[in-house]
Design a binder for this molecule. Structure first.
Ligand code: UD1
Length: 419
């Protein structure tokens, strides 16, 4: 497995551009099956999870080509409706193919994506919503067989605004007769992006970004060309990196509203933040004060995915920062690595108390998961001395060549390819 070698202690300087959103492009790639035609998707990041989604599309029978961030999917010949366990396990969001394949082929047989590094991650809300739309679903030892039955639109009330369950319901609802109304829907920008993609394809979907999404199903769908939004978590990672390492960085290709909770935190602890139309300038010179409290919440609250990089930053802020992780119970796995580097963090259930230290020290650490891995990288960039970050396959799931973009703004970071 590849590793990253980081020589820490350099202030950052320069311009970095944010790639397309992983969490947008994955459901959009699944949705390309719906039109029985061609979808051209621009600003598609080169990530391991995107490769995994493309493999599933090809397995299903789609023709897929990728060139310079543009993925073209021809879904006319999609006929395979059983997705193997191995492909399902490759990434959690393979579950979104459930709603998409069901809508297009009226049957799908796949496997539960299982637990992951963030905890149990059940899919009960996905299953109950599709059942409520009329799908006939049987589950046996991890395998899930889903038949369309008589798919009819109706009100689906989610007990929690799950991002994935909202997406699966939207996709399945495009094949329902009549109107589906998703109540307590997730409001994440990626849901809006999926709606915009579906609308560009001819679907009748509205309300995304609010808690109620309405889908009038069975509209004729056509070929589509679409550009994915920038990745807000990638932008958040660059922002935290700059605040932690010091210096001055322009982060280009951002939708500032998508990172506004982080912007106000960084502004409040002593960073200089200038927000442009599609960029953010961030600089930090002196020391930063602690973050009073951060509670991860569904959007527009503070994103759980930005919690690990922000905690890496908090480890060097003066005073005590308080984190409350409300979304995933296994989302503190990066804490061990930060402590190894010299951070002073106490965990108690959902709460992490981060007592700021003067200095972090480079050492061998592991990327335990995608965002925890990003936290290790930026902590190593700020630490004194050399670090080796292992298991970076997790980081490659969601950051396109993290070493290249961080080097571009002055970090000393190299990938060592293990053969
Ligand atoms: C998506 C994002 C992920 C982000 C998360 C929360 C993608 C590809 N991934 O994941 O990066 O961290 O949103 O913003 O977009 N839950 C249930 N039952 C379900 C579904 C979810 O109990 O059927 C729980 C989960 O265990 C978790 C919470 O709801 O505790 C949020 O999960 P959800 O919003 O569904 O996250 P994902 O769609 O998996």
């Amino acid at each position: 497995m590849d590793t990253l070698i980081v020589n820490g202690g350099r202030a950052l300087d320069g311009i970095v551009s944010v790639h397309g959103s992983k969490n947008s492009v994955l459901p959009i790639l699944a949705a390309t099956i719906l039109n029985s035609g061609t979808s051209v998707i621009h600003n598609c990041p080169k990530l391991r999870d995107v490769d995994a989604a493309i493999e599933i599309l090809k397995y299903i029978g789609c023709r897929v080509t990728c060139e310079d961030g543009c993925v073209t999917v021809d879904s006319r010949s999609a006929t395979n409706l059983d997705i193997p366990d191995k492909m399902m396990r490759e990434m959690r969001s393979s579950v979104i193919f459930m709603g998409a394949v069901l809508a297009r082929l009226r049957r799908v047989s796949l496997f539960a994506p299982g637990g992951c590094e963030l905890g149990a991650r059940p899919i009960d809300l996905h299953i109950s919503s599709l059942k409520a739309l009329g799908a006939l679903i049987t589950e046996e030892g991890g395998s899930i067989d889903c038949r369309a039955g008589n798919l009819r639109g109706r009100d689906i009330v989610l007990s929690f605004p799950s991002v994935g369950a909202t997406e699966n319901t939207m996709l399945a609802a495009t094949a329902c007769t009549g109107r589906t109304r998703i109540v307590n829907a997730a409001r994440e920008p990626e849901i809006v992006d999926l709606q915009n993609f579906l609308v560009s394809m001819g679907a009748d979907v509205s309300g995304a970004g609010s808690s109620t999404i309405i889908i009038n199903g069975r509209k004729p769908l056509h070929d589509v060309e679409y550009t994915v939004i920038p990745d807000r978590i990638c932008a958040a990672t660059f922002m935290c990196a700059t605040a932690l390492c010091g210096g001055r960085v322009r982060i280009d290709n951002v939708i500032p509203e998508h990172v506004s909770t982080l912007t106000s935190i960084l502004d409040g602890i002593g960073c200089r933040v200038k927000v442009g139309k599609d960029y953010i300038d961030i600089s930090r010179e002196g020391s930063l004060s602690a973050i009073r409290s951060v509670r991860t919440m569904p959007y527009p609250g503070f994103p759980t995915d930005a919690q690990p990089p922000l905690m890496a930053l908090a480890s060097k802020c003066k005073g005590t920062s308080v984190f409350v992780e409300n979304i995933f119970d296994g989302r503190y796995r990066h804490v061990g690595g930060l402590i190894r580097m010299g951070a002073d963090i106490k965990l108690e259930g959902k709460v992490a108390l981060v007592y700021g230290v003067k200095q972090l020290f480079g050492c061998p650490v592991e990327a335990t998961d995608l965002r925890g891995g990003a936290a290790m990288v930026i902590a190593a960039m700020a630490a004194e001395g050399k670090s080796e970050v292992s298991h970076i396959e997790h980081i490659d799931r969601g950051y396109e060549n993290i070493e290249k973009s961080m080097s571009r703004i002055g970090a000393d970071i190299k990938r060592v390819i293990q053969v």
